[in-house]
Design a protein around this ligand. Sequence first.
Ligand code: SF4
Length: 77
Amino acid sequence: MRVLIEPREACILCMVCVAICPEVFSIRGDKILVSGTPWRGEAPRDMEPCIEAASSNCPVDIIVLEQDNDEEAPSGG
Ligand code: SF4
């Protein structure tokens, strides 16, 4: 799954995401890192609950999860 912090300008560097989910989020200078890369990155699927918790507790609500599409085939019939 992909995790995005968007818009990054809105981040107030409160460290809530880092406190809740340090396996995924960290801080370097004035950037939040997602899996070690600034503002966006890939995270393993089993990190989803912790990322969801970080997302719902982010005071400016800018943490976005994007699921991989190849898990479920949308085709019918
Ligand atoms: S919880 Fe939200 S505002 Fe706080 S550091 Fe993380 S992304 Fe930025």
